[in-house]
Design a protein around this ligand. Structure first.
Ligand SMILES: C[S@@+](CC[C@H](N)C(=O)[O-])C[C@H]1O[C@@H](n2cnc3c(N)ncnc32)[C@H](O)[C@@H]1O
Length: 506
């Protein structure tokens, strides 16, 4: 057979898959295959030098990552003598192409005088890894790998699912396949072993990923994070709109003092901005949430320092942030399209209007009112001034954090229902002072806050935990800010100038 380079072989297989793959199965198995430029970039990040290297490619697809890694090591001046490739792939329709890629890998290795053996496990990686790592009485040793190269499937699973129960056997708490794959790969690595993975950025913050972050950082030293300026850069042809990150970490060594953060527009962009950042700027010491901050430039660093240097936590201000209590499908029986004498206003993100809540709205299909009686009372908050923040923003929206003031002077009511797609700031359950609310809204709506927020939040969801983790100006400063505007949100430039002038955080 003609010698074909393994990555071209995997790429040909990937291109042919479009016609073969069933879209439903594709979504169930989280199948987004790595294009060659991204695979090459990932392989180039692995720098382990050993005589014998055991590679783990879990969720291997058609083998693009194994192929890129083999191409990379064959081209290096210092090469291993022996490589052992282990691929796990659950979808049997991909196995013939994966086999062809691994055969091409072995040929490429032979040409570079490297002995190569390979094995495909056409099975569930999670079940196999858990069994391997938790083999019970009769198993004393589990497989050990030197390099794990992953583009794991992205898919949520339920708290009651078998996958979740399997992972609990190893004390792994996570609800997404990609973090499950990463946690298991880390456990399967030997000391000094390297993990390189491309994943969504969502693990960097958010309460659901906290156990994962803790587990992960307990086992590895984070060395390298590569972010793409364009949201869809890593998987262009698959129209993946997640923000992705390539991470590289080394198992079983103490966390190194500095982490390399790289930003490029696309994987093959020759222009890259690389910065070595102290680890404490990536994960703040003592941060109970263990957020991972991705600061890509010097200005970003200065901004982070200014935002984190603000004097108050939310608790210092005596304030709280909660998620709106009205979940549409649970409160169905109380919801009404329009206000009636027995209802109070129900506020959705659709009622946001340039920094204020305008209610009711003429052109919305959302129920705009909620019956107020003894049974629904627990869903209401007392009438008064609150600052509301949308929990979800549209992908390409200018700002991630969008706040508006709810003011009973504009929306007269005795109580109000706040829908679950909103977070709201309150004073221990009670409404806010009007001036304080406007100052807080200005602060939340300013561009520096938004830029800073994106350093640790790579998706479009704004969690109450994220807002709780921020630092804030003092109450007096917020009130002084609120005093500068008379109940209307200034244009963005003017707003930014006001906040920057008052806080010196620009
Ligand atoms: C995001 S794709 C990446 C494929 C390949 N690594 C690449 O980079 O092109 C994830 C792959 O994991 C496979 N997969 C999903 N769940 C799996 C499981 N539980 N065990 C093994 N493979 C799985 C999917 O079929 C898919 O091929």
């Amino acid at each position: 057979m003609r010698d074909v380079d393994p990555l071209s072989m995997a790429e040909e297989a990937r291109k042919n898959l479009g016609t073969v793959l069933d879209p439903a199965r594709r979504s169930a198995l989280g199948q987004f295959f790595t294009p060659p430029a991204t695979a090459r970039l990932m392989a180039s990040v692995c720098n382990l030098v050993r005589e014998r290297v055991r590679l783990l490619d879990a969720g291997a697809g058609v083998g693009a990552l194994s192929a890129a890694w083999v191409a990379e090591i064959c081209a290096r001046p210092v090469r291993p003598r022996e490589v052992i490739l282990t691929a796990y792939e659950l979808d049997e329709t991909l196995i013939p192409a994966l086999r062809k890629t691994l055969i091409a890998c072995a040929r490429a290795c032979a040409a570079a005088e490297i002995t190569c053996t390979w094995k495909i496990h056409a099975t569930d990686f999670i079940a196999a890894a858990v069994n391997d790592l938790d083999g019970g009485l009769f198993c004393t040793e589990h497989s050990v790998f030197d390099v794990a190269l992953l583009n794991p499937p992205y898919k949520k699973f339920h708290a009651e699912s078998r996958t979740r129960q399997l992972l609990r056997r190893l004390g792994i708490e996570t609800s997404n396949l990609y973090t499950a794959f990463l946690s298991l790969a880390v456990l399967l690595l030997g000391d000094g072993g390297e993990l390189t993975a491309i994943t969504p950025r969502s693990f960097c913050n958010g309460p659901y990923f906290r156990p994962f972050r803790q587990h992960f950082l307990q086992h590895v030293s984070l060395t390298h994070l590569h972010v793409f300026a364009a949201r869809d850069a890593a998987f262009r042809e698959d129209e993946v709109l997640q923000e992705n990150v390539i991470l590289h970490a080394v198992k079983g060594v103490p966390q190194q003092p500095r982490v390399c953060i790289v930003q490029s527009h696309t994987p093959d962009d020759p222009i890259r901005v690389e910065r070595d950042i102290p680890f404490e700027r990536v994960v703040r010491p003592g941060d109970a949430q263990v957020f991972i901050h991705l600061v890509t430039d010097g200005e970003g660093s200065a901004l982070a320092e200014a935002m984190e240097g603000l004097p108050c936590t939310l608790a210092d201000l005596g304030l709280c942030v909660s998620t709106g209590r009205v979940v549409d499908f649970r409160a169905q029986q109380w919801l009404r399209a329009r206000p009636t004498p027995e209802t109070v206003p129900l506020i959705h993100p659709t009622h946001f209007d340039n920094g204020l809540i305008r209610w009711p709205k003429a052109d919305t299909k959302k129920p705009q009112a909620i019956v107020s009686n003894l049974d629904s009372a627990s869903l209401m908050v007392p009438a008064g001034v609150y600052v509301l923040v949308r929990r979800f923003s549209a992908k390409e929206e200018r700002r991630r954090v969008v706040a508006a003031v709810f003011d009973p002077a504009t929306v007269p009511c005795e109580a109000v229902g706040l829908e679950n797609h909103l977070n709201y700031f309150h004073e221990q359950g009670a409404p806010l002072d009007w001036m304080l609310a406007w100052g807080l809204s200005l602060f939340l709506n300013c561009s520096p806050l938004d830029t800073y927020f994106r350093q640790f939040n790579g998706h479009t969801q704004v969690n109450a935990t994220d807002l709780r983790s921020l630092r804030y100006p003092t109450r007096d400063t917020l009130i002084a800010l609120g005093r500068r505007v008379q109940g209307t949100l200034p244009a963005q430039d003017a707003l930014d100038a006001l906040v920057v002038d008052m806080l010196k955080v620009g």
